[in-house]
Write a protein that binds this ligand. Structure first.
Ligand code: NAP
Length: 239
């Protein structure tokens, strides 16, 4: 049985991961920023941790008492779109980068010393990093940063016997995507996403991507001349 910490365990993919790990008999520490949402999942975890990812002091004090971990799943994040690129919203950009990327530095500083040899750090990025999408300047940049962070950290943690799994989900039905007003091909449930992540992490895979119908298509597009994939993406985006 593993000792697992999951950020963003109060909703969507994180909550489905919590159910999966708890259901399989693992000991889970569930993190969130909302007291009442954490209280609602109290029975499916061994401990809850309350902090807002954008507040460094809250992160450090909430995590000070955490002991050894086998698996650290860095899943929490938000998605906000830049609706008018010409009137670039720097506040929105900073908020997304701070929540999705900068917070990982504070989390890693507090938690990496506690990840055991033989342990695993899991980064939930996005298949949006395979190709750029319109309005995704902030979200895509934060996730591309996560990709580099994870791939670089994997090299440096090898000598410590700690593995890194980078996850590229496609569209998953959660409160985050319920806000989207566009077509989401090959949408999967959060339970399916959690099972894919659970199995891949147990197998210590370095890279997970799903649904493959979407991720292989994006990878194929990315091999085409850029003018071609740009016009395909814009045609889809503009309906
Ligand atoms: N859904 C998809 O299609 C999809 C695709 C690719 C990647 N992803 C990634 O998967 C991860 C989970 O997304 P999801 O779809 O499950 O979204 P979600 O249902 O909105 O869940 C996001 C989780 O992150 C937490 N969170 C957000 N901002 C936070 C903050 N400032 N401080 C602390 N916690 C915060 C949320 O807390 P609250 O419950 O309090 O809001 C929630 O627990 C994200 O990193 C997302 O980018 C999702």
């Amino acid at each position: 049985m593993k000792k697992v910490m999951i950020t963003g365990a109060t909703s969507g993919i994180g909550q489905a991961l919590l159910s999966k790990y708890h259901g399989e008999g693992h000991q889970v520490i569930a993190c969130g920023r909302d007291k009442s949402k954490l209280a609602a999942i109290e029975n499916s975890c061994s401990k809850t941790c309350l902090f807002d990812l954008t507040k460094q002091d809250e992160i450090s004090s909430a995590l000070a008492s955490i002991e050894a971990l086998d698996i650290l799943i860095l899943n929490a994040g938000n998605c906000r779109y830049i609706d008018d690129a010409k009137q670039f919203d720097a506040e929105l950009f900073a908020d997304v980068i701070s929540t999705n990327l900068t917070s990982l530095g504070w989390l890693l500083q507090s938690l990496l010393p506690k990840v055991k040899k033989g342990g695993q750090v899991v980064f939930v990025s996005s298949s949006a990093t395979i190709l750029p999408f319109p309005r995704s300047e902030a979200y895509g940049a934060s996730k591309a940063g996560i990709d580099y962070l994870a791939n670089s950290l994997r090299l440096d943690l090898l000598q410590h016997g700690i593995g890194v799994t980078l996850v590229h989900p496609g569209f998953i039905k959660t409160p985050l995507t319920d806000k989207n007003d566009f077509d989401m091909p090959f949408l999967l449930s959060s339970e399916t996403a959690a099972t894919r992540i659970y199995n891949g992490v147990m197998a210590k895979r370095q890279y997970l991507h799903f649904p493959k119908r979407l991720t292989w298509l994006l990878k194929l597009f990315s091999l085409l001349p850029s003018s071609l994939w740009q016009s395909l993406i814009l045609r889809k985006h503009n309906g």
